[in-house]
Design a binder for this molecule. Structure first.
Ligand SMILES: [Zn+2]
Length: 251
């Protein structure tokens, strides 16, 4: 299916506004995302990105609800969600912020660490490799994403998405990074279709590397997932507080 951009309708924050946050667990259903074999278990299980992403997303969702935000998930169980469907959910829920959760994979031995992406142009070859795997659409889901329209979304969102990414990333770094001794791979610009199509200020989180044994064991641990979700929520909350603070000054 071809997807055309309607007129941009990015939410503008105002003083009294309660925030609506849409959490997007990567992949699902027919689309496993990255995967790797479990080790030391019989029968050998396949560990899938879609399952870890859902589990972490649900924890972020619960924690945001507990802080009285309006929160939605693009999927709450293992089902295929096409890119146009994710975009339609962003539109329907009128989300102010879009948080997409993914797990990295690399042929590089022992690749490790977490990274946070926001939608922007760049010329980084390593980032292009991550985009290539994350931009694979679900089965039968042909998406035409035109650069001119991506540029338009960048213009509308980057000044919000970048500080949001910084706020979330710095919380992950100071909480999860420190506690578990995990390296930060940085805050990066990326051209991810799901961010462009959602047309919202948002981030795409790469929690860690499923291809590295130590990282996939850690990412399957509910305690780690909980700590990671707590840091993401703390980053979102600090970002929202800073927006509210600057709006107060304006009025
Ligand atoms: Zn992914």
């Amino acid at each position: 299916m071809k997807l055309f951009f309607p007129i941009l309708a990015v939410s503008l924050f105002n003083c009294a506004q309660a925030f609506t946050i849409l959490i997007d667990p990567g992949h699902g259903g027919d689309e496993d995302g990255a995967s790797a074999k479990s080790v030391g278990k019989f029968p050998i299980e396949i560990i899938k990105e879609k399952d870890i992403a859902l589990s972490i997303s649900q924890k972020i969702y619960e924690k945001l609800l507990a802080r009285n935000h309006t929160v939605f998930l693009t999927r709450s169980f293992d089902r295929t969600v096409t890119l146009p469907e994710r975009a339609a959910i962003a539109e329907k829920t009128k989300a102010d912020l879009f948080i997409s959760v993914h797990i990295n994979s690399s042929p590089e031995n022992g690749a490790q660490g977490f990274e946070t992406y926001y939608l922007d142009n760049h010329n980084d070859v390593a980032i292009k490799k991550v985009e290539k795997t994350e931009n694979i659409p679900a089965k039968g889901d042909e998406v035409v994403v035109q650069q001119i329209l991506v540029d338009l979304v960048i213009d509308q969102t980057v000044n919000t998405s970048r500080p949001l990414a910084q706020s979330i990333h710095s919380e992950i770094k100071s909480r999860v990074g420190r506690k578990y001794g995990i390296q930060s791979r940085g805050i990066k610009p990326g051209l991810f279709f799901v961010l462009a199509l959602s047309k919202r200020p948002g981030v795409l989180l790469e929690v860690g590397f499923i291809s590295t044994l130590k990282e996939r064991i850690r990412m399957m641990n509910p305690k780690f997932q909980d700590d990671y979700a707590t840091s993401v929520v703390s980053g979102i909350q600090k970002f929202i507080n800073s927006i509210k603070q600057s709006n107060k000054k304006k009025h």
